[in-house]
Design a protein around this ligand. Sequence first.
Ligand SMILES: C[S@@+](CC[C@H](N)C(=O)[O-])C[C@H]1O[C@@H](n2cnc3c(N)ncnc32)[C@H](O)[C@@H]1O
Length: 317
Amino acid sequence: MSLHCAAISFLSLSLEASICSINEATNKGRTLQKRINSGAPSKLSTEFLSHDSPEPTNKPCFCGRRHFIGASTLGTALFPIQPSVATGPCSDYSAVLNKFHPPRPDWYEEFYAGVMSSSTESYEAEVAMYKSQIFSNLKGKNGLRILEIGIGTGPNLSYYASGSDVEVVGIDPNPKMEKYARSSASSVGLPPSNFEFIQAVGEVIPLTDASVDAVVGTLVLCSVKDVDMTLKEVRRVLRPGGLYVFVEHVAAKDGTFLNFMQRVLDPLQQTLADGCHLSRETGNNISRAGFSGVELNLAFLSSATFINPHAYGVAYK
Ligand SMILES: C[S@@+](CC[C@H](N)C(=O)[O-])C[C@H]1O[C@@H](n2cnc3c(N)ncnc32)[C@H](O)[C@@H]1O
């Protein structure tokens, strides 16, 4: 599988991946980057800009200093991310990005996106049967508006956006994912006007309350800085009755050798694989996130070695 969580073989990728934690002194403060195919202002931009609409939202103010990546002491000691000088007002989404996904070097983001695009084949082949199962909940329903958090290169689009008239918003803090995600969207036949990529994090989703029919997230809660906050945002943007479709790798059972290894390797993995945590009990987070129902299953994928088991399923708002 690939570099990140998928990249089970992180040790072999240690050199290049580790650089993800090196702070790029020249990395400029990032702004919310919306890319709209037509170039014309979209519904979404209006939504975001008017986020302080009368609708109740739980958008706290996230200004503050850039934090160290949620990586190990070892990792940060070796590859420190420097604190940001950003102390300005909270109106700018770049402060949110800085807080939840501190800037990586440009070249690293490019490299990581490239690896994700080119090395996930065997993993995707193995996980396909589970994905087919959960994404069947979205198939054949026209007119859905779907948000994918941490869309990456867009490997899930073929499951839910192929040949249908869905509208997809993909968010990811790594802007280099956009071209791959767009290409995936186009290769499954999603019209460009139905796809929007926003550089954003799951902890603060730049969409209004109850504005999507479904949220998709695969291999992303291992990487977000705050799992519970992200799940709260997922619930917030889902319309009542909406679905959250997920596949996440989680910690192995307590007391097993695999669990022991995950805990030992976790700090290293966070450092080498763009903040990915090996030993999060994400299934529990999803179960207690306040969804009205959660169907959660576990699968063990041989292509994912230490990155097992996988919790997959559907949660209902
Ligand atoms: C292992 S990749 C998975 C990508 C894609 N979902 C897949 O299944 O191939 C993790 C993705 O999460 C993104 N990510 C990292 N931190 C995030 C955050 N706080 N919010 C949303 N996405 C994040 C990364 O940029 C990356 O694209």
